[in-house]
Design a protein around this ligand. Sequence first.
Ligand code: AMP
Length: 433
Amino acid sequence: MSAFKPVRGMRDFLPEEAKIMKYIENQARKTAELYGYKEIITPVVESYELVAAKAGEEVRLRMYAFEDLSGRKVALRPEFTASVARLAATTLRNEPKPLRLFCVGSLYRYDEPQKGRFREFWQSNFELMGSNKPEADAEILLLTNRLMKSVGLKNHKFKIGHVSVLRSILSREGLTEEIQNQVMQRMDKKLHDEALRMVQDAGASEKGIQTIKKLVNLRGEDISKVLEDMTNTVKDYAEAVEAVKNLGEILSLVAKSGEKLGIIVDAGFARGLEYYTGMIFEVYVPELDIALAGGGRYNKLVELFGGEPTPAVGVAHGIDRIMLALQEQKVKTCMKETQPVMVIPVSESLNAEALRIAETLRMENIPVELEVMGRKVSKALEDADRRGINHVIIIGEKELKEDAVVLRNMQKKEQTTIKIRELATILKPSQAS
Ligand code: AMP
């Protein structure tokens, strides 16, 4: 037995799981088409500077960063947004807006492996660039809801907040961006007491501290009530009032869309990535306490990378976490299975004929597994039976002389002689079942 195994935090996906991953990926691709997002492919290796710029301490410290053989400081991408923003700031800077871009692939973070948390994971990522309007934020929420529904998830809920509510208060209270980032990191980890102490130590007024304390405890599913409470709480901070208003506009559009989204508004909600400037959200299901997706508005990132000022909003859906949620909810993913046909030559001298017939069938889009182990027909049939194959084609000398083969139905245990030219027509309908 070999001692090799995947590196800690890395996984192999065997056929059953790989199939579900690809299914979710395809649903994401369909969602992209439905909403007009064009797929792009960006590199796994990016410059360290780019991905570190606004990733936030949490992600920055967990990057797979190294020097390549020419001494360039590079990193395996820990997220997609930086790469897409790089493109918007460079190659795509003159593209008409809005830009709707979709990508899917693997990301790398040196997280502590646990259920649903790995060092290599997959996301489908949607970015809508060029619009600062609430309808753009609403679109990102709605397409996320559509994807979750399309894969068959049940009872998913959106946790939604607005970074500008907290940040504008911290700003007014004189906290530098760096300290704000540290406070937000603590908030993200629900270390509220620690965050409040930081705010206090940074010299915020008693009113500021009390306002944040109240916000941290303000959340609920009665959207208009929470928004009203938020407005009252932040009434002395004009920018924060604006932020709550913006959140209200987004949620009102979502409510009018005709789709029923489960929403919890959370005034003290923060996310680890530092680039967010507006609405932020995550998606949860009751069976798991980890987020299936996360996103929000980031209006400064493209500019930070040297592009035109470009307001933007986006989302990343964790494909492997969605798979985990589907497994927890025991959802059967409705994927069409194409059953292969097995082709078995009765003797080695007929190998070439078997190969030729297999290729003819594949030309007709019929999946074929060829017997390549040199087994006797009885042994090969046993194997076909074990693997649940429905149809087997047995190539024999006698039948070949008549341009025919034996077609065996494994379930009915019946077999007939069939002309080779008729095979495709006979086998095709059974492929659909
Ligand atoms: P983020 O890029 O941190 O906003 O994360 C977006 C989504 O990616 C999360 O909601 C998760 O579904 C997924 N995700 C992030 N980190 C991991 C990880 N270490 N393992 C698996 N999925 C992850």
